[in-house]
Structures are given as structure tokens and as C-alpha cells.
Design a protein around this ligand. Structure first.
Ligand SMILES: [Zn+2]
Length: 139
């Protein structure tokens, strides 16, 4: 008899489990701030939940089931990062969840600062070039 192997649950079932049912609901919902499709960890936004990746908390290769309570929705970068940071077979799933729950707004909080820093650099180098062409010391 060939075993019946169901496919992974739909993204919607995973979203519903983590944001409506799971014991981690409070920690996740607060930092996700609503029901806009996004990476559970960094909040990177998507057009649809189906564009997020289904990441195993206990790896499939280590016997982790493909059930909503063992799958989280992440962007490709957070999925890869989580697997690298917490990929050891003995790593408890709670450690991954703690990382996810304390990872809010990673891009949202840092990107504006980076953009501002880059903008200032550009503005400074532009002014330096202008000053140089006019024979003025910009300092
Ligand atoms: Zn992410």
C-alpha cells in the first residue's frame, strides 16, 4: 500500500492558526499589526499570503510534520536566515518562534534610517563636488 502523503496546508490555514488560535497569537499579532500579508518575522509585505514561504519549525528532514502548528509564513530571506541560525536538529521550535516574535519590523525600522543615511551621504558628496568645481572648500 502506498502511503497517502497530503500536501502542505494552505497558507490561509497557517495564517489562521498562528494569528487566531496559537498560544503565540498575542506576540505575533501585536507586531504584525493586522492582517496584511507579510513575513511573520520581518513584516516584509506581500500582495498575498500565498507569496510567503511556508517554513518548518521542526524541519521536515528531522521528522517535523507539515501541519499549521509546525509551519510559519516567512519571506525568503527570513526563511533562509532561520534555517541557518536554528537549523540544528536539536534546536527547540520555541527558539525559532522567539526569534520570529522579537524580530518585528526589521526592515521597517531600519530601512528609513539607511535611506536617510545614504541620502545624507549623497547630499554631502554632491555639495562637495559642487564646491570643488567652484573652487570653494566645503568644510
Ligand atoms: Zn522576512
Amino acid at each position: 500500500m502506498t502511503g497517502y502523503r497530503p500536501g502542505p496546508p494552505a497558507h490561509e490555514a497557517i495564517r489562521r492558526y498562528w494569528l487566531d488560535i496559537s498560544p503565540w497569537r498575542q506576540q505575533l499579532v501585536v507586531h504584525l499589526g493586522g492582517n496584511e500579508p507579510c513575513c511573520f518575522a520581518c513584516q516584509l509585505g506581500f500582495d498575498s499570503w500565498t507569496h510567503t514561504e511556508r517554513a518548518h519549525l521542526i524541519a521536515h528532514a528531522h521528522g517535523g510534520p507539515s501541519t499549521p502548528d509546525n509551519l510559519v509564513l516567512l519571506c525568503a530571506l527570513c526563511h533562509a536566515t532561520m534555517d541557518v541560525l536554528f537549523g540544528h536538529p536539536t534546536c527547540p521550535p520555541e527558539l525559532k518562534l522567539t526569534w520570529i516574535a522579537h524580530h518585528p519590523g526589521w526592515y521597517a525600522t531600519r530601512l528609513p534610517h539607511w535611506k536617510a543615511a545614504i541620502g545624507q551621504l549623497d547630499e554631502r558628496s554632491y555639495q562637495a563636488q559642487v564646491a570643488a568645481t567652484q573652487g570653494i572648500d566645503p568644510t
